[in-house]
Design a protein. Structure first.
Ligand code: ATP
Ligand code: MG
Length: 272
């Protein structure tokens, strides 16, 4: 079965990773694909984004560290096509496990590919900080998506630290016999202000091929700052179901997510 693992990463906190993971995952599930969300953040925001109907016995800790884990053990049910592995590591102990286990950084990649291939899409939400667990999720991915807010702090962080993190991992990955996936940078919380335009342009004009060993594509699709993304989390309802049409120039939540899916080619040639 066609399986695609997407990790939503950033070395900066608060840029929209959880929002994107939840809404993109729910959109793909509504398209008929079988989707697994994984909350790999110690602060379990994704775990409570949607209501869970059937809670599995275990969560992230067993997924990462139990070599005999099965989907039944860790996949909690949100809806028919949408499952989630919840974060159950409030003290961040998994970071040490990943760091101290010889195959720590590649285990998740192997487990997901071998045991979780009944899912078409696996979307991993990560913590906005560099660390062994974040590295394991980057190594596991077929595609990386990185939201970037066009303001000074977020743009600078992306241009320096996220690309550094990728370069460092690309070096190690080549020795591990794996390739780091291409990264799609997605401007999020874009505003109609001169500051927002300035930093959007700065990112657009960046020659990534000169500074990054991993292919970086800047998405044409951008996500505006809009209340629908806050409504989604408040109502525990995917944004594309709340906002199918909009008079906003930037399009509705449904149109934005559909355009992102198209542009990143995450469906490949497959259809349900
Ligand atoms: N396009 C947007 N417009 C308006 N608000 C947004 C948008 N994207 C995200 N937000 C809001 O910004 C806040 C941070 O988003 P989110 O939690 O998704 O970021 P994060 O990268 O996962 O943060 P953390 O690093 O803390 O996990 C949330 O309140 C979310 O509702
Ligand atoms: Mg988050």
């Amino acid at each position: 079965m066609y399986q695609n693992i997407l990790s939503v990463v950033s070395t900066k906190g608060g840029v929209g990773k959880t929002t994107l993971t939840a809404n993109l995952g729910a959109y793909l599930a509504d398209q008929g694909y079988k989707v697994l969300l994984i909350d790999a953040d110690v602060q379990p925001s994704l775990s409570s984004y949607f209501a869970i109907n059937d809670v599995a016995e275990f969560g992230l800790q067993q997924l990462i560290s139990n070599s005999t884990v099965t989907p039944e053990m860790v996949a909690s049910k949100i809806e028919d096509n949408l499952d989630i592995v919840i974060s159950d590591d409030p003290n961040g102990e998994l970071q040490n496990w990943v760091k101290n286990t010889p195959d720590g950084r590649v285990r998740l990649r192997g487990i997901l590919r071998q045991r979780f291939n009944n899912y078409n899409f696996i979307l991993i939400d990560t913590q906005g900080a560099v660390g062994p667990l974040q590295e394991a999720t980057v190594i596991a991915a077929d595609k990386l998506i990185s939201p970037v807010v066009p303001d000074k702090l977020s743009a600078t962080e992306f241009l320096h630290n996220t690309t550094n993190m990728l370069n460092r991992l690309a070096e190690s990955a080549s020795w591990l016999g794996v390739e780091i996936a291409p990264l799609y940078a997605l401007l999020n919380r874009v505003e109609n202000t001169s500051v927002s335009k300035h930093y959007s342009e700065q990112i657009q004009q960046m020659g990534f091929e000169k500074v990054c060993r991993v292919p970086v594509h800047l998405c044409q699709t951008t996500i505006p700052r809009a209340t629908v993304w806050n409504d989604a989390v408040a109502q525990q309802m995917p944004a594309h179901r709340i906002e199918k049409t909009s008079s906003r120039k930037t399009g509705s939540a449904l149109e934005i997510i559909a355009s992102l899916v198209e542009e990143t080619n995450i469906l490949g040639d497959r259809h349900v």
